[in-house]
Design a protein around this ligand. Structure first.
Ligand code: NDP
Ligand code: MG
Length: 384
């Protein structure tokens, strides 16, 4: 039986790579739904190539354009947030791949889980914002969440066959980004263009800035806590500039398992979709002789404060990680628009964590209010 897949955010970095994986395996997968936000042209091109039954364009003003292009091809077209939230519940979907960016993933992911859909999760921000709520809901609905993030895919792969063996700890690897080894003085002058040049991975703009500031690793620490049901002190981070060891698990007997490979998101995307099977592919293979040195070092959390802030938010619990995420989204956008400097991003996040009211046991409406309030507070800081 083919898996019928909804690709949310099909026009992004993960979305386009997911379509390559899906198209390379017509025996295993078919596309049921594609969604995008603004990029109507690419959405139309993709739809004509993979023939989904339904597409959703987020921007309602683009509906006519997409409809005119796809109606004759028997592809249903919808627009807007509410459409996205109902489409993910369609009977004809087996797996929902969440590859949209940021907080926008929260509601559609909840709707998909409510309808019993398994999730291939790229959109880490959803677990950062509301990890407790999402994992409780998934458990109640018997839904599996398969990680797409390469580090979490590595851990997931290391855990296969270890169901009865408790984890002592996990070690997430971090490339360190383009500014590894630099100090605060250097960081105070870095430009948007420098920050957008990641040494190992080609990704969307938001996650590329997050990687440069180490916030990406902070978000991944919180993502890992929820995905693998860990205590905070069971999660370590090590910087590994070559991005070959994708992460590690240590078991009670001290044994460490790691998953290795070239930095290429197509493998974790494919595994999240094909689990429990492994499918043949022609991705380039890792060769030890090309990498005579694999190195590891401690992250510098004094220079890269975002990682420390993420650990602190995780420690606080409640809505703190939701505050962290919203403040970071606003800060990254402002940095991309050249309204704030690189180091100011951490100032904005730290200040929001101090100012926005703490809620120990948030419900969905609390997360929504926290997200809005944090964005307001963060925007205030950018104005001055
Ligand atoms: P991109 O910015 O490349 O793509 C984002 C996608 O989401 C696009 O399809 C975009 O549509 C859509 N989108 C943007 N805003 C909204 C919105 N408000 N509502 C609905 N859809 C929206 O991001 P990436 O592919 O890099 O990242 C996607 C997710 O995957 C992120 O959470 C990221 O952290 C995670 N991830 C990414 C990795 C990577 O290698 N890129 C690695 C690991 C995790 P449009 O193009 O039309 O604007
Ligand atoms: Mg990652």
């Amino acid at each position: 039986m083919k898996k019928r897949i909804a690709v949310l955010g099909s026009t992004g970095s993960i979305g386009t790579q997911a379509l390559e994986v899906i198209q390379a395996h017509p025996e295993a997968f078919e596309v049921e739904v594609l969604t995008a936000h603004n990029n109507a042209d690419l959405l139309i091109t993709q739809a004509l190539a993979v023939k989904p039954n339904v597409v959703v364009i987020g921007q309602e003003t683009l509906y006519d354009k997409v409809f005119e292009a796809l109606d004759a091809h028997n592809i249903k077209v919808y627009a807007g947030k509410n459409a996205l939230n109902s489409v993910v519940q369609m009977d004809t979907i087996d797996v929902v791949l969440t590859a949209m960016v940021g907080y926008s993933g929260l509601e559609p992911t909840i709707k998909a889980i409510e309808a019993g859909k398994n999730i291939a999760l790229a959109n880490k921000e959803t677990l950062v914002v509301a990890g407790q709520l999402i994992t409780d809901l998934a458990r109640a609905k018997g839904v599996n969440i398969y990680p797409v993030d390469s580090e979490h895919s590595a851990i997931f792969q290391c855990l296969v066959g270890e169901f009865h063996n408790p984890i002592e700890k996990i070690i997430l690897t971090a490339s360190g980004g383009p500014f590894r080894g630099k100090g605060q003085q250097f960081l105070s002058t870095v430009t948007r263009e420098q920050a957008l040049k990641h040494p190992n991975w080609d990704m969307g703009a938001k996650i590329t800035i997050d990687s440069a500031s180490l916030m990406n690793k902070g978000l991944e620490v919180i993502e890992a806590k929820w995905l693998f049901h860990l205590q905070n002190q069971q999660i370590d981070v090590v910087v590994h500039p070559q991005s070959i060891v994708h992460s590690l698990v240590q078991f009670q007997d001290g044994s460490l398992k790691a998953q290795l490979g070239l930095p290429d998101m197509k493998l974790p995307i494919q595994y999240a979709l094909s689990y429990p099977h492994r499918l043949k592919n022609s991705f380039p293979r890792f060769n030890f002789v090309d990498y005579p040195q694999l190195t590891f070092e401690k992250p510098d959390v004094e220079t890269f404060r975002n990682l420390a802030l993420a650990f602190a938010a995780m420690e606080q619990g409640g809505n703190a990680a939701c505050v962290l995420n919203a403040a970071n989204e606003v800060a990254v956008q402002a940095f991309l628009e050249k309204k704030v400097g690189f180091l100011q991003m951490s100032d904005i996040i730290e200040s929001c964590l101090a100012k926005v009211a703490y809620i120990a046991h948030p419900a969905l409406t609390d997360y929504m209010a926290t997200d809005q309030e944090t964005r307001r507070v963060a925007q205030e800081m950018i104005k001055f």
